[in-house]
Ligand binder design. Sequence first.
Ligand SMILES: [Zn+2]
Length: 175
Amino acid sequence: MNLEPSQVCPFCAETIKVRAKVCPRCRQWLSRRSLRHPMVMGLLMLVFYFAFVWIGVSGLGKILDPGPRYAEVPGALQVLDSRMNWLDSPNGPQIYVTGILTNQSPVAWKAIEFECRSFDTNGAMVDVGNAAFMWTIQAHDDLAFRVRVTPVRPATDYDSLKLLVSAARNARTKL
Ligand SMILES: [Zn+2]
């Protein structure tokens, strides 16, 4: 007669020895400390799964948007020598601004947005316009450009103009 204390396997309900670490009938691991216990195994799988998802998502983000962003490189793009030209079109007078954009950073930029501030003879700001172009300016390079601004006030109100780069995107960004 077997006098060894017994227990019931929680997986298959077979009566087995208390000291058993593995159920001899269904082969389940019974010690919670064992890595091969189904509950421990399940938790580990869950941890690994989320770790892989997290690495995958952050890696993809780095590929799509490797940085740096334009805001992280202050003064990277400067407008040199901009000129205001008036042109009469069927839609009324238009201002064409030509100028040279210079890139003083080691990063190539694209989707450059300008803010165009117009001033009267007293130096008061009379109008603001926005313009953008999709070209790319390479690292440490210059680019001549022309942007069009549609004036909303009489031509005599426009005395001078200041062009600022308000935004740009890293040319390596794929989004
Ligand atoms: Zn069992």
